[in-house]
Design a protein around this ligand. Structure first.
Ligand code: MN
Length: 702
């Protein structure tokens, strides 16, 4: 079976578009020739094969090649390898054939891509992880292979609509778990963002449509606003001789969605929805950095800025090489607008990521030195991956987990109340930060306001956090602090203090230090645990027993007829009303029910994708109580516990299983285990708790 006339027309059209894109990368007849030959070979090899959408298969490699040129900035060899990327896997052609027909280099790229495509289809999870490890090894040989793989994934995500639901969940999970972080780490921001948006669209179609619709509805007003906003900026920059382009952009659906989830706020309260980007062509005499700050000054002369929102990625480029200056200013009509300031070179790195390294044949001194630092950083990152890959202690699945974590930055940048930035290692706590600023601040710390919310001194920091350390004259370093700091500076200062005051055991081996504070902790901690087995009303006796409960009020199967025994996942503890997905545990054979947005499920789906069951629904036949946990935080005051118990049991008649409150130095953290019947009851309970005086935060655990 060959190609129909219609197929030929479609394929010819797509290939012409690719050729047009290739005009910017082809320098010789040989370049054109090899691309055309690769197309001819792939077209012949995939003859008679169609994608699920019905299109001839060859449309896919053409699209991947085009993404490589237009969106990643790759060259001729990559186009050829993209066109051939599925040939060895799906047809009779071998790597040796490719080597003979093209070049050994291209054959080895295709070989790399072929090995990679086996990664996620294996049922055996450790084998799957092992394959992933192999894929990363090819990254070390040739980064282009991984870039083509990302292009391949992007096209598959763009055409995911024709896949069955469980495949969609499996593929989007892998995408969120690995490919989006990988794209981010390689500096492919636009692609990372599109991968996330597409994942969200398939995982939560309703929420996606809701946010997209709201952003769309604001479009006209946004245009007016941006026009009003950028006019004075354009005038001022021109006046001062800056050569620049200016463009407006909107936050991605995914980042709006994530912000709403993280902060538990409605769409209307996500404030920096708009951003304006100024890309300038630098004058040769002054450094790019100075020019960025100059433009920053001109902009903030016109509009007041929020000092806590200044992001200096020039002094501290992101580990993936991103450089820019971001500031948030108050625009007309009281709307916050983020302004991003970048040079052309910085913009190129931001748009094309690592691929930008191979571009710019001629560069100024300034650019060269900046690029060298970037190369060094990238090499250092590759070095870390190499170390991780050769680590013999980890099993393959653990390795995959750890690797996923290292994809994101190992360093964070946090801010003082005045907006000064500090670089801290990832995992650093409030105490580390306090000691970083000054040893006295560290020694007298009792808590902190992180982004204006009260937190304990042991709270780990996140990049972008703004921290105000709260102090007390009566505070002093304690032995247990050593367990909650990671910087050598903080450790050193705390030990010094303890030694001076003879509080540190002479033998300060880590084990000894850990045993001591355990006994001592009771002295500084007020600790309550309250068990209340039953209040008023029903539920206590029929409630599912604990988080590992076997519930039967869930059904699976297309007809809804098959009812199996399920287990509620302990990690996310879904309750009726939550969107759920099942996962069949390969060892026990049991179906574990997770919330669809559970990160543990995402991890499982990425690693053992075959066990995913999307066809699971809550049944309304039986009313049962489910255990759910609420985390609370606030300022300690007399009577707050009674108020809490009063609200939960008295007003709403909900059963408390457990109430734990840990309080120290005026700040408390608590956990309330309650039996509720569905998400609606839980939400209403949380709303009531939030209204209690002194409660700063109440949210469902995980
Ligand atoms: Mn493919």
């Amino acid at each position: 079976m060959g190609y129909t006339r219609e197929d030929e027309k479609l394929i010819g059209g797509r290939f012409d578009e690719l050729l047009k894109s290739c005009e910017k990368i082809c320098n010789s007849d040989d370049d054109w020739d090899i691309i055309k030959r690769a197309f001819a070979v792939a077209k012949e090899a995939h003859k008679g094969v169609r994608r699920r959408s019905g299109e001839p298969y060859i449309i896919h490699p053409i699209a991947v090649a085009r993404i490589c040129v237009d969106e990643i900035g790759l060259g001729v060899k990559s186009v050829v390898a993209s066109l051939l990327h599925d040939v060895v896997e799906d047809t009779d052609l071998t790597v040796e054939d490719i080597s003979r027909m093209f070049t050994p280099k291209i054959a080895s790229m295709v070989d790399g891509l072929t090995k990679i495509s086996g990664v996620f289809v294996d049922r055996d999870s450790s084998k799957q992880a092992e394959n992933f490890r192999k894929m990363l090894l090819t990254l070390l040989d040739d980064v282009r292979v991984i870039l083509i793989k990302i292009a391949d994934r992007l096209h598959n995500m763009r055409t995911l609509g024709s896949m069955p639901r469980d495949k969609q969940i499996k593929i989007t999970s892998e995408t969120l778990f690995l490919f989006a972080p990988l794209a981010y780490r390689l500096g492919l921001y636009a692609i990372k963002s599109e991968l996330e948006d597409l994942s969200l669209r398939y995982l939560f179609p309703e929420e996606y449509a809701d946010i997209e619709g709201k952003l769309e509805a604001m479009k006209e007003r946004r245009k007016e606003l941006i026009a009003k906003f950028d006019e004075p900026i354009v005038a001022k920059l021109r006046e001062n001789g800056v050569d620049f382009d200016i463009s407006g952009r909107v936050k991605s659906v995914y980042s709006v969605w994530r912000k709403m989830k993280e902060k538990e706020i409605p769409f209307e309260e996500v404030y920096d929805l708009f951003a304006l980007r100024i890309v300038f062509r630098p004058s040769q005499l002054i450094s790019e950095r100075t020019q960025c700050w100059y433009i920053y000054e001109l902009v903030t002369d016109l509009y007041p800025s929020r000092p806590d929102r200044l992001r200096d990625w020039i002094t501290f480029p992101k580990p993936n090489g991103y450089e820019a200056l971001h500031t948030t200013v108050m625009g007309p009509e009281g709307v916050w607008v983020e302004v991003q300031i970048r040079s052309e070179r910085m913009n190129d790195v931001a748009e094309h990521g690592v691929a930008a390294h191979w571009k710019h044949k001629e560069a100024t001194e300034d650019e060269l030195s900046a690029r060298e630092t970037q190369d060094e950083k990238f090499d250092a990152w590759l070095g870390r991956i190499r170390d991780a890959l050769s680590s013999p202690t980890e099993n393959a699945v653990d390795f995959l987990d750890n690797f996923q974590r290292t994809l994101y930055a190992s360093e964070i940048v946090v801010f003082t109340p005045k907006g000064e930035s500090r670089r801290m290692p990832k995992g650093a706590t409030v105490l580390d930060f306090a000691y970083e600023i000054h040893s006295k601040l560290g020694a007298s710390a009792i808590g902190a306001k992180i982004n204006h919310k009260i937190e304990s001194i042991f709270t780990p920091l996140n990049s972008g956090d703004q921290i105000e350390v709260l102090t007390s004259k009566s505070a002093a370093p304690k032995l247990e602090w050593l367990d909650h700091v990671m910087t050598s500076k903080a450790k050193h200062q705390i030990k010094n203090y303890l030694r001076r005051n003879s509080l540190l055991p002479l033998d300060d081996a880590p084990v000894a230090a850990k045993e001591k504070p355990k006994q001592g902790a009771a002295k500084f901690l007020k600790f309550w645990t309250l068990f209340q087995s039953s209040g008023s009303g029903s539920g206590g006796d029929t409630a599912a027993e604990g988080s590992g409960a076997v519930g039967d009020s869930i059904t699976a199967g297309k007809s809804g007829g098959r009812v199996e025994k399920f287990e509620i996942a302990e990690c996310c503890i879904p309750i009726p009303g939550d969107d759920v997905t099942g996962y069949r545990d390969p060892t026990s054979g049991k179906i574990i029910v997770h919330k669809t947005n559970c990160s543990e499920l995402t991890r499982l789906a990425a690693q053992h994708g075959e066990g995913i069951m999307s066809d699971i629904h809550w049944s309304s036949q039986e009313v049962k109580s489910f255990l759910s946990t609420i985390n609370i935080q606030g300022i300690d005051r007399v009577g707050i516990l009674m108020d809490l118990v009063g609200v939960i049991t008295g007003e709403l008649g909900i059963n408390i299983r457990e109430l734990k409150i840990q309080s120290h130095d005026g700040v408390f953290d608590g956990e309330i285990g309650v039996y509720v019947t569905n998400t609606r009851d839980l939400k209403s309970l949380i709303t009531k708790i939030k209204k209690i005086k002194g409660i700063d935060k109440a949210q469902r655990a995980k």
